[in-house]
Design a protein around this ligand. Structure first.
Ligand code: ZN
Ligand code: ZN
Length: 786
């Protein structure tokens, strides 16, 4: 074209792109795109995202913007680059420059998330790692702008090498060449490294004595130990795993003993989907999830008939109909799984009981020395511990159960910005917390159960660290309505200008609205364990009309008395007695159901004690908890009388349900004198007990129980639609982690022409509470109420 371009036709435009745009190869992509189109200008990272100035004919600038927006064009978009918004932020005067340049980071101005999640090893890096002639052949820390550690190694922003745990490693000439070459896949890949200049692997015994410091031999020796049934602690991306051969039942049992984790199923790792497919059903959705850069643990149904499951060690997940699998996601994993005889490994988070994940080398030796026989360790520090994320598939789509590695800190975006920064403290169980900054809801990784002192300290440290990392200064704080929650007490101590206490189940529904950025009122159906209600009762199965601005409780499971406070979640005999007392109306239940009760609790003295507690109303609450109703039903169905881990009995009940049964127990919904819809479960209990007395199978009892609840919740929705002319239903609460219930209810709601909002990106359990609290507080700020 040359001289055909007249001065007048040349324009210069400034463009801001936001989203997942930093540390993902965005600037080299923009550079290649601009130079291919013959445009000049520059691109740089700033605190809002990536800013571009392009100069050239208006038509070519148009093509450039189009390519950015659509991702289609002459230059391939990097896999991890996700552009959320792309807008023109002004037209500048034309400059005399002759080329397009990549600028350094600009850390001025208000900080917005510059930090992207950790990503699983990409195909290009894997190929290079297996290429004998490559200078990173078999290097366990190979990475590029499309993959590798991010969030777990960042200390502070801007995201540059000096602010990561890679700062101690001086790049060699070869690595630096790639790091500074604009056209290279490793241009500005902060963790870039090679055997000559980067971190190294080491195998030690459980006292820290080096067994092998050559990486290939250390990996080979680790494989040999695993084949012999030994337990090896392996340092990964976000923390240590405890690894053991998944076919060796004795070894898995030994791990359970040493880890003090008697019952919870263990997650497993394999190197290919084909191997995973031998043990579980992997459909297309599951395969995409397994292979994604987030590389979560995916819970999948076992292949084969019940009782005839392929030969994994039974102790991996005793009796469970689902198994949790993930693919290798770090180069070190691939190298280990390439060894002979390493096909499926248990890879469980290295912690003791419910304590935080261990990520520090010294701490690992000190705390895991009695658990692991050896340590496959390395010297790239993990700055933020991030657990493996866990997802399952509901209604044919991914639904998050634990949101951590690979997903955090990707923000959930709101349409409207919030003028004040917000901190939301979350719930006490499965805690996560959340910040609001501008249009971003930044949800933390899974923290854990705050009742554990070490978890609580990890929580307060993490709040402070992320507040610094994202440069948030919360003027408004949101927390749970429960005055006894540790998170509530912490929130109140922060000295914010304004504290907003949010009812637990409203927060559950708000988290759905936030995830979908849904602006209106919905019918909210909550299926949950327990949450503090506005009437000081303990709520759990609620029908709300809710928006981010407020809620009304239009229906709930009828209250029943629940004796025993915290013990009630462990000992299902407590809800059983409470429900039977409600059913009988007086103390005659002890006589009337003596046959059932003596079977569930042979200790007559204990029964009498809890009965007396109920009778005298000592430490007994009124509750509409659905979680405890599940505990009671599972116990009555003969599936056990203790929850060794949270929701063990409800999971067992779901696991046995006979999918072919359409029959159900009666559900009765009636309005009380205030017009509140009450789900009366007395008839259901009578029928269930009748079945149990007749010797019905747990599979049948479970199916009829589940189906009854599906219809009850459908009735809530139908009643709400009639009264409020709303037809969108949002579902949330921990009990919706039950796929049988969720799948059937979603199907029924859709058949009845409701549109259904079901949690996908954020857990339906209490791991989503902080997001709901944050969205409610942001709404209060946006509408000027705070
Ligand atoms: Zn890569
Ligand atoms: Zn190097």
């Amino acid at each position: 074209m040359g001289k055909a371009k007249t001065e007048a036709a040349i324009k210069r435009q400034r463009i801001l792109i936001t989203g997942k745009v930093q540390g993902v190869g965005c600037r080299p992509f923009v550079y290649r795109l601009a130079t291919t189109l013959g445009l000049t200008g520059r691109v740089w990272n700033d605190t809002a995202g990536v800013t571009i100035e392009v100069q050239g004919p208006a038509e070519d600038i148009g093509s450039f913007v189009e390519c950015l927006r659509t991702g289609c064009g002459p230059v391939k978009k990097p896999a991890m680059l996700k552009i959320a918004t792309c807008r023109s932020i002004g037209i500048d005067s034309v400059s005399g420059e002759r080329e397009f340049a990549i600028g350094a980071s600009d850390a001025e101005g208000p900080a917005v998330s510059q930090v992207t999640p950790d990503a699983a090893t990409c195909g290009d890096c894997l190929r290079e790692m297996n290429e004998r002639s490559d200078f990173r052949y078999r290097y366990p820390f190979i990475n590029c702008t499309n993959c590798g550690p991010r969030y777990s190694i960042v200390k502070t922003i801007p995201y540059d090498r000096c602010n990561t745990t890679m700062a101690d490693f001086e790049m060699c000439a070869a690595c630096r060449g790639q790091y500074t070459e604009t056209g290279d896949r490793r241009f500005h890949a902060q963790p870039v490294a090679c055997p000559a200049c980067g971190p190294a692997v080491q195998l030690t015994d459980n006292t820290g004595r080096t067994l092998e410091s050559d990486s290939s031999r250390a990996i080979a020796q680790t494989a040999e130990m695993l084949r012999q049934g030994r337990i090896v602690a392996i340092k990964g991306v976000g923390g240590f795993h405890l690894a053991v051969d998944a076919f060796n039942d004795d070894a898995v049992k030994r791990l359970r003993e040493r880890k003090q984790r008697d019952y919870k199923p263990f997650a497993m790792m394999a190197a290919s989907v084909d191997i995973i497919r031998r043990y579980v059903h992997v459909d297309e959705t599951a395969e995409v999830l397994l292979k994604g850069p987030q590389s979560p643990i995916v819970l999948l149904d076992r292949a084969g008939e019940k009782g005839d499951w392929p030969a994994l060690a039974p102790a991996v997940a005793q009796g469970m109909a689902t198994l949790g699998f993930m693919l290798c996601y770090a180069p070190l994993h691939y190298l280990l799984f390439a060894a002979d005889g390493i096909e499926v490994l248990v890879m469980t988070s290295a912690n003791i009981s419910d304590e935080p994940l261990i990520c520090d080398n010294d701490q690992a030796l000190a705390r895991l020395g009695s658990v692991a026989d050896a340590f496959l360790n390395h010297n790239r520090d993990i700055y933020r511990q991030v657990d493996d994320s866990v997802v399952h598939i509901v209604d044919g789509r991914a639904a998050m159960l634990r949101r951590s590695r690979g997903y955090v800190p990707t923000p959930i975006l709101m349409n409207e910005p919030c003028s004040a920064d917000v901190f939301a403290a979350g719930a006490d169980l499965k805690n996560t917390f959340c910040f609001v900054k501008g249009t971003q809801l930044i949800l933390s990784e899974h923290i854990g159960d705050l009742a554990d002192a070490l978890v609580y300290r990890h929580y307060t440290d993490s709040v402070k660290h992320l507040q610094g990392l994202f440069e948030v200064a919360p003027a408004v704080v949101a927390c749970d309505l429960h005055p006894g929650y540790l998170s509530t007490q912490y929130a109140r101590l922060l000295g914010a200008e304004r504290v907003i206490a949010v009812q637990h189940h409203w927060a559950h529904i708000a988290s759905v609205l936030a995830e979908y950025d849904y602006p209106d009122r919905v019918i909210g159906i909550v299926a949950d364990g327990t949450g503090f209600g506005t009437d000081e009762a303990i709520w759990g199965c609620e029908c709300l009309i809710a928006s981010l601005a407020g809620f009304e409780r239009i229906g709930h499971l009828m209250y029943y008395p629940l004796p025993g406070g915290d013990k009630a979640a462990k000992e299902p005999i407590r809800p059983v007695l409470g429900l039977l007392k409600m059913l009988a109306g007086d103390n005659s239940y002890l006589r009337q159901y003596a046959d059932i009760l003596s079977r569930l609790e042979p200790d007559a003295t204990r029964l009498a004690l809890i009965g007396e507690q109920l009778d005298k109303n000592i430490n007994t609450v009124s509750t509409s908890s659905l979680g405890r109703l599940f505990d009671a039903a599972a116990c009555l169905a003969g599936l056990g009388n203790y929850n060794h881990f949270e929701a063990q009995l409800p999971m067992a009940l779901e696991s046995v349900a006979d999918e072919s049964v359409e029959d159900r127990y009666s559900s009765v919904i009636e309005a009380d004198s205030n017009g509140t819809l009450l789900l009366d479960v007395r008839k259901m209990l009578v029928e269930l007990i009748e079945d149990v007395r007749m010797g019905a199978s747990a599979a049948l009892v479970s199916a009829k129980f589940h189906n009854c609840l599906v219809y009850a919740m459908l009735d809530f929705a139908l009643g709400a639609r009639q009264k409020y002319q709303l037809s969108t239903v949002a579902l949330s609460g921990g009990v919706f982690c039950n796929r049988y219930l969720a799948n059937r209810l979603i199907t029924m709601l859709k058949e009845n022409e409701f549109s259904v909002l079901f949690k996908q990106r954020v857990p339906a359990n209490d791991g989503g509470i902080a997001l709901g609290q944050a969205a409610i507080a942001a709404k209060a700020v946006q509408s000027g109420r705070v």
